[in-house]
Design a protein around this ligand. Structure first.
Ligand code: GDP
Ligand code: IMO
Ligand code: MG
Length: 424
């Protein structure tokens, strides 16, 4: 497998963690390049379940090197909880996890601001994960952030004091409770002590790996429709979740990556607010949520569910340049008699074959569906693509045709062995 970027094609939670875990056995390095602990990537290994938020999903393979690239915003306290959880499960992390000294630090005041701003919103509430992600990225772009390199440098105390003074003023404006500088300093000093061995200039590691022709797997977080530029703005996250983000968020050029895998769930989910044209608020939506166990891996919130939206998937394919698709959660549709696919939108008598930039148009768009027969038998026990029931085979083929890229992986269950490799 050549170096590959893997990203979600929908609104996140497509099953990226599972596919990364499957592919990681063939890679040398697994690299996260954007987002923070708003992500929740689930990996099932045997009977054990792991939910990774900041650490790349490759960590479950004992011989893989994992990198937290410069494009992330890292909450050091959350990272320590994750590290401790892995160590308690017997997974050795020391010596093979590297955190970029250019990553921005999520501070307690970012979380308070995230909560305060959300509480102050009415119809424009985003439904964020309240992990402080937006305020941390805002600080980065306004050049008032603190980076992981600063956290472990002698000037940290002075820098933090200046930032807290400004942040507490902003917190009062949104009606929140100011943070206690002494407590933050003590907590973050302790975290810095423990994280110091992991923090480094990760560019050297990556560039050495490229030079030695090692295989790098870039693990996207969130999904294309949550991208700050291309998603359903303003109901998006604060980073570039699309494949281009891997270059800026890890520090290498586009020519150093050969493949882009798009992960598409066989239906659509969204957690948080914002337009969702194919959302089902009926018994079918309820079935998808129940059978697919659609609850947020980070916040536990129920995910909104709906039919597969090929307008979204095609848009994602163009934006990311998918060379291959990984289709997940086909098994969740096993019991359905008929299945719909959205092939276009209709709004005010006009047909759209791509996602409009305006969220005001998108929220008035009505899906145009084509209907296919279901297969009504279990696919979750299958291990060979050739054994798929005809109707399931036709459905998957149609998803790929409408999206615009060939099938590489088909997933029919959460575990490693519920995975069919089809030409990848
Ligand atoms: P991610 O954020 O893209 O990594 O996805 P999440 O982990 O948030 O959500 C995907 C959920 O679906 C997790 O609970 C996975 O264990 C589960 N999952 C992944 N692939 C499959 C599949 O093919 N079938 C079923 N039934 N569950 C799956
Ligand atoms: P993974 O990597 C699904 C959503 C939130 C909210 C919006 C902004 O597991 O697929 P933020 O806290 O980022 O400012 O929230 O983005 N969101 C996700 N939805 N999966 C995720 O990550 C998400 N990360 C953020 O629900 O709508
Ligand atoms: Mg998730």
């Amino acid at each position: 497998m050549p170096s590959t970027i893997l990203v979600g094609a929908q609104w996140g939670d497509e099953g990226k963690g599972k596919i990364i875990d499957v592919l990681a056995s063939e890679a040398d390095l697994v690299v996260r390049f954007q987002g923070g602990n708003n992500a929740g990537h689930t990996v099932k290994v045997g009977d054990a379940k792991y939910v990774l938020h900041l650490i790349p999903s490759g960590i479950l393979h004992p011989d893989k090197v994992c990198v937290i690239g410069n494009g992330l915003v890292v909450d050091p306290l959350a990272l320590l909880v994750e590290l401790d959880g892995l160590e308690q499960s017997g997974i050795k992390v020391a010596g093979r996890l590297f955190i970029s000294d250019r990553c921005h630090v999520v501070l307690p005041y970012h979380r308070v601001l995230d909560e305060g701003r959300e509480a102050g919103r009415a119809s424009d509430r985003i439904g964020t994960t309240k992990r402080g992600i937006g305020p941390a990225y805002s600080a980065k772009t306004s050049r008032t952030g603190i980076r992981m390199g600063d956290l472990v440098s002698p000037g940290f105390e002075e820098l933090l004091a200046i930032r807290i003074e400004d942040a507490n003023r902003a917190i009062l404006e949104v009606g929140g409770k100011p943070v206690d500088g002494a407590v933050v300093l003590a907590d973050y000093r302790r975290a810095a002590e423990r994280l110091k061995p992991y923090i480094t200039d990760t560019l050297g590691i990556l560039h050495e790996a490229v030079k030695a022709d090692r295989k790098i797997l870039f693990e996207g977080a969130q999904g294309t429709m949550l991208d700050i530029d291309y998603g359903t703005y303003p109901f998006v996250t604060s980073s570039n979740t699309t494949a281009g983000g891997a270059c800026t968020g890890a520090g290498l050029g586009p020519g150093q990556v050969q493949h882009v895998i798009g992960v598409i769930k066989a239906y659509t989910t969204r957690v948080g607010d914002g337009p969702f044209p194919t959302e089902l608020k009926d018994s079918v939506g309820e079935t998808l949520g129940r059978v697919g166990v659609e609850f947020g891996a980070t916040t536990g919130r129920p995910r909104r569910c709906g039919w597969f939206d090929a307008v979204v998937a095609r848009y994602a394919c163009r934006l990311n340049g998918f060379t291959t698709l990984a289709v997940t959660k086909l098994d969740v549709l096993d019991s359905l008699k008929t299945i719909k696919i959205c092939v276009a939108y209709e709004c005010d008598g006009k047909l759209y074959d791509t996602v409009p930039a305006s969220v005001h148009i998108l929220e008035r768009c009505r899906p145009v569906y084509e209907e296919m027969g279901g297969w009504q038998c279990a696919t979750s026990t299958l291990t060979r693509y050739e054994d798929l029931p005809d109707a399931a085979y036709r459905y998957v083929a149609r998803l790929c045709e409408l999206t615009g890229a060939p099938l590489g992986i088909l997933s029919v269950g959460p575990r490693r062995d519920s995975t069919m490799r089809v030409g990848l």
